[in-house]
Each structure stands twice: as C-alpha cells, then as structure tokens.
Ligand binder design. Structure first.
Ligand SMILES: [Zn+2]
Length: 480
C-alpha cells in the first residue's frame, strides 16, 4: 500500500463527461462545441460550491487538448496531454485560484505568457477559479486580454458569485449556470462509491448525507469519507444521524403521535430530551423545518396538507429570530406546543366562509337568541393547560342582554368583571377554549367579515401572553 490516501472527492472526480453528475445541459453544449469546432474564447461556470464548475472546466480543457479524443468527444485520459492535465503538471492548462492570486500582477503574468504557443496541446487554457475575487485593477487588466485574445488562448472562469463579476467580463463569456445537484443523484453517486469501495451502507444513510449536503456533491463526498472512517461495519442511518448531530428519527415519530393525540406535554419532554443529549436547539429547529417540508412534499397520513403547511409557516416564522433568542428553550417549547395543538386548529378559510355565509344573520339587530350556529368551531379543547377565559373588551354597550360573557380585566385597576353585551350569535361555550392559533389569525383577516362578535379581535396579544404563561406553568407539572 504505497499509494497515498486520496480523499474521495479527488479519487472519484469525473474523468470523462459521462461521469459528471447532473449537469447534462452544460455537458451537451460543451461536447457540441468540440464536435462543431466552435470554441468560444471565454467560458464562465457559475453555481454554488461543489456542483462541478472546475470539474467541467478541467474536463473541457482536457478534451480540447486531447490527442486522441474518443468518438463521443471524451478525453482519452491516456495521451501525454491528458495525463499531464490529470496530474496538474500541464504547461498548457494553467489553473489560477482567484482568491489567492487576485492582484493585478498575477493577471499581468497571464497577459505576458498568453501569447506563447502551447507546448503539447492545441490551446493554452487558463482556468481561473473564484474569479469574482479578483481586484478591480486585475479585472481591467484581464479585460484587455479578453478583448483581443490570441487565437490559441482560452479562458475558463468559475465563480460562486456571478453578480460580483464585472458585466464587461461576463458579456465576453459563454455562461453556464450550474444547478445544485438533486439529492437523489448525490445519493446514487455515493452508492456507486460505496460499491466500489466494497462497503455496505444503508440506503437511508446515503439519503441523509445527500440531503445534508444541499446539492453539493463535493460536500457529500467529504462527509461520506468522514463517516466511512467512523466505522468498519455497515454504515447505518443511525450512525449518520449521530455524526451529523441530527435528532434521532424516533423524536419525529413521537412528535407525530403527540400531534395525533394532541398530547401537549410531549413539547416539554422533547425539548428536555434534546437538552439532555446536548443537541443544539437552533439546529433542531432547522431539522423540524426540513421534516415538515418533507411532510408537505410527500403527503402524510398524520397531517392534512393544510395542517402541514400551517406548521411549516409557524416554523419558518419562528426560525428568523431563534438563533439570537435568549430564550431558545421556551421558544422551542412554545413552537412545539403550537404544532401539537394545531391539530385542532380551524383553518381561517373555514372560519371566514362560515362567517360570510352567516353574515346576514349576524347583521340582524339583536333579537331573540337564535340557535347556536352549527359549528365547525366546536372543537374539543386540549385537556391540560387550558388558557384562562379570553379577555373580551366590551363594545360600547348597546342593550346588554343576558348571558354575559365573563370578562377579566387585565390590570387590577378597573372593575374585575364587566358585563358584555351578548353577541348576536350565541357563542357556544367551547368557543372560549378553542385553540385559536394566535399566530394564524391575523387581525385584518378577522376584521374582514361583517361585525362578528369581537371575541377574536382584541384579545390577541393577551391571548398570546396567556399561552406563554400557560406553557411555563405547564412545564412545572410535566417535570414533577
Ligand atoms: Zn487524451
């Protein structure tokens, strides 16, 4: 075993266009350029990290200079030119890292050598990686060369930030925007590598790595490398989760169950478990988002599409401030409580439709109390931690009728109970405990329908506070 260990990303770097994962359009265009011998002076490969920008540039350079191109316009990988390029020793293909050679002097050197004939191949090719990092002076010097390039000189640029490249440069390039690589293709590629290395890896493990790499094959390969070193045995999904610091699958399954049975205490148990196993709560929140994104994408027996979308909305709204929050634990508990109780949430469109359909009844001047509207509103309240009755502000009293709603004053000063006029439609008593999601009922939305009882309008902020207090109190009962 004299051969030095090679990292996977390098070892399995594509040697032919056929090996390139996912970038079919770019590959076809480049091959056609060779086929019809229409080679532009400059190419710009854009895309996020690890999608194959420099890989394509190198392959293209190899193919252009190959001395015995195959029938499919692939580089032969055998001829002296191919071998020199593969080992990074070619005098005709010069790779420059724009991040570390970004000054005007570096570009001047290019400009000085660009006129010399290639030594072995047909072209002298400059591959400038991270080209957006060049200084303005360097860009301008480069531009001069690009305006009147010698016939045999070609420039291949790669960048993760195309918007930082001067428009005058971009306009002189043929541009490829390389998309992120789909997770399924990354997983498939990792699968091939596993077979080649004679290693057994669970399919789910490959999928986890692929998903975690967010479209970067290079990241996926590095990660895979690391995980393969972790154990000689079969690589399981559990090992991958552990290595990536992902929450175990069971946590999500239990959350689904808690949702189904509206079991609120699980919110606190889950967070406790995360903290005890040293998990980062912000990271867990990201995983929750990913999890519910998958629920929305693949549908689920546990959640309706509307429920899953609502939960996803909740999570995304919560995520923005979470990282900086000083109360991550409480915030996460609150989010989980909202997720679990959203099982009984009435979708706003149902509510609005209901109110609209009954608008005429609601507009009638106070008369005989009518039958309570058959209500999709009647929802069983979650057992524990009932919020105290909703604080209702009395609209300017007209004719107070019987059956008052008990109103609690928020501050000690005003009288403790006020008689509110009875709303026209008798609210079923359960209404008070309906888990209106305070986050989902926006005020404008509620204001829309003509004069509903004001139950849902004012108390929002109070309600919010109540939920939070209830949550904190509740936590005590769970612990004991
Ligand atoms: Zn060759």
């Amino acid at each position: 075993m004299s051969k030095r260990y090679q990292v996977l990303a390098r070892k399995y770097r594509p040697k032919t266009f056929r090996d390139v994962v996912a970038q079919d359009a770019a590959v076809t265009t480049l091959k056609n350029a060779i086929r019809f011998d229409k080679i532009a002076h400059a190419y710009l490969f854009c895309g996020s990290r690890g999608v194959g920008k420099t890989t394509l540039a190198r392959l293209f350079a190899k193919a252009l200079n190959c001395q015995s191109l195959t029938a499919e316009f692939e580089p032969c990988n055998q001829c002296p030119s191919c071998q020199e390029i593969s080992s990074g020793q070619s005098l005709d293909v010069i790779e420059i890292d724009g991040a570390s050679n970004r000054g005007i002097d570096d570009i001047r050197q290019i400009n000085e050598t660009v006129g010399y004939a290639p030594s072995k191949g047909r072209y002298k090719i400059y591959i400038i990686d991270e080209v957006h990092m060049l200084t303005k002076e360097a860009f301008n010097a480069l531009l001069k060369t690009l305006e009147e390039p010698p016939e045999q000189a070609k420039f291949f640029f790669a960048t993760t930030e195309a918007h930082k490249v001067l428009p005058t440069i971009i306009s002189r390039c043929q541009r490829f925007d390389l998309a992120r690589i789909p997770a399924s293709l990354i997983a498939a590629k990792l699968g091939e590598i596993a077979i080649d290395l004679n290693r057994t890896v669970e399919k789910e493990a490959l999928e986890l790595i692929a998903a975690f790499s967010e479209g970067s094959l290079r990241d996926a390969e590095s990660l895979f490398d690391q995980i393969l070193c972790f154990s000689e045995e079969t690589i399981t999904a559990a090992i991958v989760r552990q290595t990536l610091g992902l929450a175990p699958r069971e946590l999500f399954n239990s959350l689904d169950q808690a949702f189904s049975s509206c079991h609120l205490p699980y919110a606190f148990e889950l967070v406790e478990q995360l903290l005890q196993t040293g998990k980062d709560l912000a990271h867990f929140l990201e995983q929750l988002i990913e999890y519910y994104r998958n629920v929305v994408l693949h549908k689920s027996k546990t959640y309706t599409q509307a429920q899953a979308l609502h939960i996803l909305d909740l999570l995304i709204a919560a995520e923005s401030g979470f990282q900086k929050s000083a109360y991550q634990r409480i915030a996460l508990e609150s989010i989980l409580l909202q997720i679990i109780r959203s099982k009984n949430r009435i979708p706003i469109e149902v509510l609005v439709r209901h109110l609209t359909e009954n608008a005429d009844k609601i507009n009638l001047p106070p008369a005989e109390p009518t039958k309570p509207i058959e209500a999709p509103i009647v929802v069983e309240a979650p057992k524990p931690a009932l919020p105290p009755p909703i604080v209702v502000e009395a609209p300017k009293p007209v004719k107070p009728v019987e059956a008052p709603i008990i109103v609690e004053a928020p501050k000690p000063a005003p009288p403790p109970a006020v008689e509110a006029p009875k709303p026209v439609v008798e609210a079923p008593p359960v209404l008070k405990t309906v888990p209106f999601n305070p986050y989902s009922v926006r005020q404008e939305e509620v204001k829309e329908p003509p004069k509903p009882s004001q139950v849902t309008q004012k108390p929002q902020s109070h309600y919010d506070t109540i939920i939070r207090f209830a949550a904190v109190e509740f936590e005590g009962t769970v612990k004991n």
